[in-house]
Write a protein that binds this ligand. Structure first.
Ligand code: FEC
Length: 309
């Protein structure tokens, strides 16, 4: 065969030590240095979750699981990981793939929904990396998998598993909230599909989980001086309380693993807000490296290898 296919899994990246928080944050901001106060605030959030998050380790576990499953299914395809805002940098992985003789790259982001801000950014770093290392891979980029039936099954299982923590006679009264990372409102001016894809995921998962209803909210909005999409979960919880809601289950459908936006924004901030309001609050587990999720994700990769996406 003329060329060799490689799979590139892309994820957000996370700092591994307190010293790395500032350069990481600067990279997220496109090279603009953040203020010392906002660096201190971010360091404090990492400290509050134990100094670091498991994002890199979980991404590696998914990579290893996908590689093993593809091998077992007869594919001789190496699987790589590249990170958007930290090591292993996407551009460095491009250089490694080039050295390994890869000519075609199947790319899947560990985030189910497309936005120009999220997935579009991953695409940009990949193409910049190819430019830097003077290589022209044939790229098959899976831009979204928000309605993938395997993913929907896993998410529905996570909802049902967490609902089981409520007594059977109270489960129907639990308000299930699907959330995702907020983005600046201006994404609406270019018809970005992010919001519609999130609504579709929420509908499919709630149907699969047999819910009678659901709500949607946003989380982790940035502080950039422009409006971000709302309602933010911290504002939404008081609204729900005023409606008489006493039991809330949050499903962060826009994310697939434990990281700062889960372990701090939900487990510390939202949990504390709910306690103040007298709401019983839980969040679902994340897909992380659960075998059923790695199965579903491998199927997405396999279809992409065959050029079906
Ligand atoms: O555990 C970790 O260390 C990493 C957690 C993490 C994930 C994540 C995912 C997404 N982000 C998205 C958009 C934005 C936009 C800005 C922005 C800023 C931050 C900051 C931190 C951070 N994000 Fe992130 N994001 C994670 C962490 N994110 C830390 C900087 C401090 C702060 O604002 O809290 C604003 C940039 C700017 O200031 O100009 C926009 C989106 C996702 C979900 C898709 C994906 O995972 O790729 C969208 C995980």
């Amino acid at each position: 065969p003329a060329g060799r296919t490689g799979i590139l899994l892309l994820a957000y990246g996370t700092p591994e030590t307190p010293d790395q928080v500032e350069p990481y944050f600067t990279h997220i901001r496109g090279g603009r240095p953040p203020s010392p106060e906002s660096v201190a605030h971010l360091r404090h959030r990492y400290e509050a979750v134990g100094g670091r998050t498991p994002l890199t380790a979980l991404t590696e576990a998914v990579r290893a699981g996908v590689a093993e499953r593809l091998r077992a299914r007869g594919h001789d395809v190496p699987v790589y990981v590249g990170m958007k805002h930290w090591t292993p940098w996407i551009a460095d992985v491009v250089a490694r793939m080039k050295a390994d003789g890869i000519t075609r790259v199947v790319c899947v982001v560990l985030a189910p929904h497309y936005s120009r801000f999220s997935v579009g950014g991953y695409q940009r770093y990949l193409f910049e990396g190819m430019h830097t290392h003077d290589v022209h891979f044939d790229v098959d980029f899976v831009e979204q998998w928000h309605d993938d039936p395997g993913f929907v099954d896993v998410a529905a299982a996570l909802v049902r598993e967490e609902l089981a923590h409520w007594p059977a006679d109270r489960r129907d009264d639990v308000t299930v909230i699907f959330s995702a990372h907020s983005l600046p409102e201006r994404i609406r001016t270019w018809g970005d599909p992010y919001e519609a894809q999130l609504e579709e995921s929420a509908r499919l998962v709630s149907e699969r989980a047999g819910l009678t209803g659901y709500r949607r909210a946003w989380q982790s909005a940035g502080n950039t001086g422009e409006p971000w999409i709302g309602p933010d979960i911290l504002d939404f919880l008081p609204e729900l309380q005023a409606e008489g809601v006493r039991d809330v289950l949050q499903m962060p459908i826009g994310f697939v693993c434990d990281h700062l936006e889960i372990l701090y924004d939900l487990d510390v901030e939202a949990q504390q807000k709910a306690e103040e309001l007298g709401i019983t609050y839980r969040r679902t587990r994340l897909p992380n490296a659960r075998p059923d999720f790695v199965d579903a994700f491998t199927a997405i990769c396999e279809r992409a290898i065959r050029g079906e996406n």
